[in-house]
Design a protein. Structure first.
Length: 74
């Protein structure tokens, strides 16, 4: 994923942290924020694309998170 809100390298770290926090929460169904984030994403997706597409979007996110977790090496 590529996110650039600034041309300064130092700003990239501060931009990355909130994204990482959300992605980590979405990868853990036991996370305190998991339900809130999925609800928010579902509501936004439903308002933009309809409820059926929102379900597909949430399923896609869950599938990708599982895939990323399985392929993650530290």
């Amino acid at each position: 994923m590529l996110i650039h809100t600034s041309g300064k390298k130092l700003d990239h770290k501060s931009d990355k942290k909130p994204i990482d926090d959300v992605m980590n929460a979405l990868s853990d169904v036991h996370s305190k924020k998991f339900e809130d984030y999925t609800h928010q994403i579902g509501a936004i997706a439903a308002s933009l694309f309809g409820p059926h597409q929102a379900d597909k979007i949430l399923a896609y996110i869950a599938k990708k998170q599982r895939s990323n977790n399985n392929n993650h090496y530290e």
